[in-house]
Design a protein around this ligand. Structure first.
Ligand code: AMP
Length: 404
């Protein structure tokens, strides 16, 4: 059986999925797993196509000190115990810089170019590249594909791609890149079958997970995003603040004496829902909490989604549909209801029963703006791109089945 391995490597975990390639290029998810606690309490967990447990093992810290070691352990498990020998590997790579507007087949030259973007995504890019490098060294003939979170947004007009700073800095790469592109691309490709009436029209997609952003889609293409140069901008997130006056950063440096590394840590790890609530970065815990700060953090989250919707509707010059996706968007009926309330001025009218059921269409029949819940699947998007590149050297749509 031909299989494709998808890898999403972070600083403390490596997530992986294995897809079988079936007739006519159909992809079917067979294995889903992750090695987490890298360098602290390593643990390999994996399940099969129907959620059946395949592995749950702890490892000594010396056995899995870093991402390449995690890759090696998980790879050996797949190869030796499950007899998985993929025909190609697709990687999530957070930053493709200004150059890449589509996935790319990896070679040593590409890795060197992608290393230049480490400074633009210091907490993600090095970990994304680590397994690529170790697979290149150990399996040089194995095709690898890099799929970028920034690529889908490279259709933005220049005004959406710029900051008001000297052009020289823009040329150096200081731009509004936008992120979560694989998620938005998946939604854009799914909409024609889910909601053909609105798929080519003006749609706002809200990717609300532990990272959160929103994207304006016109004719299935991204025209604007709430995220910019880094994945810090836009909506408040689990631990990131979202939009913040750069003057606050200057204040932290000049008045609080915080060095750059500390500011970076603060902005990526201590702000957002966690910082505001002082309770948790996890929406489920905030929703279950009676702490007034937890409630305020939720109020702030919902308020900023409403503000951003106004901005994106202006970019689209109107709005024809709104889509929720990712952990919070797919699972929290109460957040969806509160966001819909914020969008009431646009005419959004939610159907409480359908919303509570997590139905695909959750607005009332008369709502001038239909509201949908569409589960995202970034890994499947990566597997599709990888297969396309393998088949004919460029990326296009393939048929797929979502099995989770
Ligand atoms: P993601 O990053 O897409 O996996 O989303 C993670 C976020 O989704 C976390 O904040 C979770 O608390 C949140 N989430 C997942 N399930 C639920 C749920 N049933 N209700 C509220 N939030 C949820």
């Amino acid at each position: 059986m031909d299989t494709i391995l998808v890898i999403n490597a972070g600083s403390s975990s490596v997530k992986f999925q294995v897809y079988s390639v079936e007739g006519e290029g159909t992809l079917r998810r067979q294995i889903k797993g992750q090695m987490d606690g890298i360098g602290s309490r390593p643990r390999l967990r994996a399940s099969g196509a129907t959620g059946d447990p395949l592995a749950d093992r702890a490892y000594p810290i010396e056995a899995v000190p870093d991402v390449p070691a995690a890759m090696a352990v998980a790879g050996a498990w797949l190869r030796d115990e499950l007899r998985v020998t993929p025909i190609a590997v697709g990687h999530r790579v957070v930053h493709g810089g200004p150059d890449y507007s589509r996935p790319v087949l990896i070679d040593h030259g590409i890795v060197s170019r992608l290393e230049r973007f480490v400074a633009l995504a210091p907490l993600h890019q090095p970990y994304n590249l680590a397994p690529i490098r170790s697979l290149l060294a150990n399996f040089p003939a194995l095709p690898q594909v890099a799929c970028f979170d920034t690529a889908f947004h490279r259709t933005h007009d220049a005004v959406a791609d710029h900051y008001a700073i000297p052009q020289q800095l823009h040329a150096e790469g200081v731009r509004r890149y936008g992120f979560h592109g694989l998620s938005y691309e998946y939604i854009a490709r799914t909409l024609p079958s889910v909601a053909p009436d609105i798929a080519r029209r003006r749609v706002i997609v809200a990717h609300l997970g532990s990272g959160a952003s929103m994207c304006a889609l016109k004719e299935g293409r991204s025209v604007e995003s709430t995220m910019g140069f880094t994945a810090l901008d836009g909506l408040p997130m689990g631990t990131r603040p979202g939009q913040i006056d750069p003057g606050v950063v200057l204040y932290l440096i000049s008045e609080k004496g915080m060095p750059a590394a500390k500011v970076q840590d603060f902005l990526y790890r201590d702000c957002g829902l966690k910082g505001l609530s002082g309770v948790s970065n996890d929406m489920r815990e905030l929703e279950a909490s009676a702490d007034p700060h937890a409630r305020f953090a939720i109020d702030y989250f919902v308020y900023r989604i409403g503000l951003s919707a106004g901005m994106l509707a202006a970019a689209l010059q109107g709005l024809d549909a709104f889509v929720f996706t990712a952990g919070i968007g797919e699972n929290s009926a109460s957040i969806r209801a509160r966001v819909a309330e914020q969008l009431g001025w646009l005419g959004v009218a939610l159907d409480a029963t359908e919303n509570a059921r997590h139905s695909r269409l959750i607005s009332r029949p008369g709502s001038p703006i239909p509201v949908y819940v569409v589960p995202t699947d970034e890994e499947l998007m990566i597997a599709q791109h990888t297969l396309s590149l393998l088949i004919d050297g460029h990326s296009h749509n393939t048929r797929s089945e979502r099995v989770s």
